[in-house]
Ligand binder design. Structure first.
Ligand SMILES: NC(=O)c1ccc[n+]([C@@H]2O[C@H](COP(=O)([O-])OP(=O)(O)OC[C@H]3O[C@@H](n4cnc5c(N)ncnc54)[C@H](OP(=O)(O)O)[C@@H]3O)[C@@H](O)[C@H]2O)c1
Length: 310
């Protein structure tokens, strides 16, 4: 039976570490969370980010703009926040309404306040092997694997997905020349041929393709570590398989079939999700510390917070 990669308890440890770091600062870190429109999932995500920020002493503020907000109005607000010394981190929750180009928004955020790490400068630094801000979910996956002593160095990782927020930065991060990484990484996407042959060779599989329960036992090598990034709300079924009216959360991995043969498996919920939020807090604390001249690296802070780097 797979060892459970418990993200919930690790996120708690990370918050405890970050609270102590915040207490060393003269002023609390400030985080601006921007939401445009009324996507119900975004409302929940932003609410969680605000609640968790408060737990570590980060002062967050949420600004909600109507669905028909123009791109120029949003860019103007970001430009203002870039200049506000009380705001150390800026996050614009995705998805955005169709009239707003998410790439333009990402490029408008000051790279030193880019706690979601979507600015081309930050992705460029990561690609060059000198990470500054790194996207929160990839940081969470790295911390989760290291915390459970899943060795990455020299091992074959297959990342399913190549989005700018998860798959691509994750594949770059795990392949970095660093003692906590050094993996051999294969990226699988929707045009990959015979991806099952690749996942069956992998020591570590990270599923981030947004396809409910697509990774099944036959796709995984016995003993492999499997990290499930996906999150989907599906209609629940009663004992006879008919809908029972209750929704349940599932990932991109079919946990029931994979659990008996994998070496490690992250649950959904309670795996990667809480760590994504914890790493947003870590990046925000990093942004605030940088202003005071304390900069040991954002990945290093995240790994220290997770208790896997001294
Ligand atoms: N737990 C968390 O904190 C967290 C955070 C972020 C996202 N998520 C979840 O993680 C999943 C991925 O999110 P995302 O934002 O990265 O999604 P996304 O932007 O939709 O990207 C999905 C990626 O998967 C690839 N893909 C789609 N179908 C595939 C298939 N059959 N085989 C292989 N690759 C396939 C796509 O390939 P192409 O590039 O060819 O289109 C794309 O690169 C979603 O379920 C999302 O809800 C969870």
């Amino acid at each position: 039976m797979a060892v459970r990669l418990d993200g919930k308890s690790l996120a708690r440890d990370i918050r405890r570490f970050l609270s102590a770091r915040v207490a060393e600062l003269h002023a609390p870190p400030g985080l601006l969370l921007i939401r445009v429109g009324d996507d119900p999932a975004s409302e929940v995500y932003v609410g969680t980010k605000q609640k968790m920020s408060a737990k570590v002493g980060i002062e967050s503020s949420v600004e909600v703009y109507p669905e028909d907000t123009s791109e120029s109005a949003l860019l103007a607000r970001i430009a203002e926040a870039n200049l506000d010394p009380k705001i150390h981190g800026i996050l614009v929750q995705l998805p955005l309404p169709k009239q707003i180009d998410p790439d333009r928004v990402a490029a408008a955020v000051d790279p030193t306040k880019d706690v979601d790490a979507l600015h081309p400068v930050n992705i460029g630094h990561l690609a060059q092997g000198q990470p500054t801000f790194v996207s929160c979910t990839p940081l969470g996956v790295l911390a989760l694997l290291r915390k459970h002593e899943v060795e990455l160095s020299g091992r074959h990782v297959v990342v399913l997905g190549r989005s700018n927020i998860v798959g691509r930065p994750l594949s770059l991060l795990l392949g970095l020349k660093a003692p906590w990484a050094n993996a051999t990484v294969t990226v699988v996407h929707s045009r990959s041929r015979d991806w099952e042959a690749l996942t069956r060779q992998a020591d570590i599989v990270v599923a981030a393709m947004g396809r409910p329960e697509a990774i099944r036992a036959e796709h995984v090598k016995p003993g492999a570590a499997v990290v499930d990034v996906g999150i989907h709300r599906v209609a629940g079924g009663g004992p006879d398989g008919s809908p029972d009216g209750k929704d349940r959360l599932v990932g991109d991995v079919h946990a029931e079939s994979v659990e008996p043969l994998a070496g490690h498996l992250s649950p959904v919920p309670g795996g990667v999700g809480p760590l994504t939020v914890a790493m947003l807090l870590s990046n925000t604390v990093h942004a605030a510390e940088r202003v005071t001249g304390r900069d040991g690296g954002s990945v290093e802070l995240a790994l220290q917070a997770a208790g896997v780097l001294s």
